[in-house]
Design a protein around this ligand. Structure first.
Ligand code: ADP
Ligand code: F6P
Length: 316
């Protein structure tokens, strides 16, 4: 069985294709579960064939649809899901989602005889055991395209713009976009907001003759509107705000995300064939890895100090 859960991410469809085709290649029958764990609880399970995943590699979103499901957080909800899985003849499940979805999969594997293999699919890049999650690269490229456009108009007017990006409590979208987009400042949950330092940095930029100031703000710190009000109290800059929102979640996956999807999908099925009970596949130093699921969830946060240092130097 295969499902997508939590926030959708570009590359999920390419992963659905890779999982389905690898399973069929190895002689297994595949079922698609609609709407994540909700479809497991409500029994929305359909047959999947090789042709079910034709023509989807390039599509954003998820053809299996996704949802959030409170019932699955309870033992009773998971018991119902287990009964539906058994009735459909499913003995192994591939879950594509973020850390919430991984936690649900870990509980299902612990409480039942279902084997699970998890594939990291979220634009947030907030799963510590893997260098990259599916969808992150595409989302950052979407942010970069937006920043390019925003810069054109901001520099024409000598304005500053706060660009709010997604990421929940993880600042990676903001940090990577700030470096890649040549931003003038970045504000993330990891570093927090130092208003006086930020205002001083922006004023310094003006003195140096910068024609625009682009501030990449992670949603986990505060809203763009809130930061604008705080900055307006301590500077006389002309400020505008852009909240990129769900535009970051859609779109055709980048090559990097398609390659990850293909490699993750093959690895997930190979782990299940090897008899693994609960694994999370990921990528570290360009190599595909498979960790015990509990171990993956307990991984310490990545050290971003070098990237922050690069950003700090280049923002000036
Ligand atoms: P993501 O997987 O993107 O982090 P969520 O945190 O919304 O998204 O989780 C997706 C779904 O995973 C939830 O709606 C719920 O069904 C399931 N889930 C999340 N956390 C748990 C948990 N602690 N125990 C069981 N299921 C969970
Ligand atoms: O987890 C992915 C994500 O896009 C976050 O970056 C964001 O905070 C959240 O989902 C938005 O969720 P929703 O689509 O439910 O508003």
């Amino acid at each position: 069985g295969i499902l997508t859960s939590g926030g959708d991410a570009p590359g999920m469809n390419a992963a659905i294709r890779a999982v389905t085709r690898t399973a069929i290649y190895n002689g297994f029958t595949v079922k698609g579960i609609l709407r994540g764990y909700r479809g497991l609880v409500t029994n929305e399970i359909v047959d999947f064939h090789s042709s079910s995943v034709s023509n989807i590699i390039q599509l954003g979103g998820t053809i299996l649809k996704t949802a959030r499901c409170e019932e699955f957080k309870s033992v009773e909800g998971r018991q119902q899901a287990y009964e539906n899985l058994k009735a459909a003849g499913i003995d192994a499940l591939v879950v594509i989602g973020g850390d919430g979805s991984f936690n649900g999969a870990a509980k299902l594997a612990c409480e039942t005889d279902i084997k699970v293999a998890c594939i990291p699919g979220t634009i947030d890049n907030d799963l510590n055991y893997t260098d990259y999650t599916l969808g992150f690269d595409t989302a950052v490229n979407t942010v970069l395209n937006a920043v390019n456009n925003i810069r054109d108009t901001m520099s024409s007017h000598d304005r500053a713009c706060i660009v709010e990006v997604m990421g929940r409590s993880c600042g990676d979208i903001a940090l990577f976009s700030a470096i890649g987009g040549g931003a003038d400042a970045v504000v993330t949950p990891e570093k927090g907001l130092d208003l006086d330092a930020l205002a001083a940095q922006l004023k310094q930029g003006e003195k140096l003759g910068k024609s625009s100031n682009i501030i990449l703000l992670s949603e986990g710190v505060c809203s763009a509107q809130s930061l604008k009000e705080q900055l307006a109290a301590v500077t006389d800059m002309t400020l505008r705000t852009v909240t990129l929102g769900h535009v970051q979640r859609g779109g055709s996956p980048s090559l990097r995300d398609r390659l990850l999807a293909a490699r993750f999908g093959v690895k997930a099925i190979e782990c299940l064939i090897a008899g693994k009970k609960a694994v999370a596949v990921g990528v570290r130093n360009e190599e595909i890895v498979a960790d015990d699921l509990q171990k993956a969830l307990a991984y310490p946060a990545a050290d971003r100090s070098e990237l922050f240092r690069v950003c700090e130097i280049l923002c000036r």
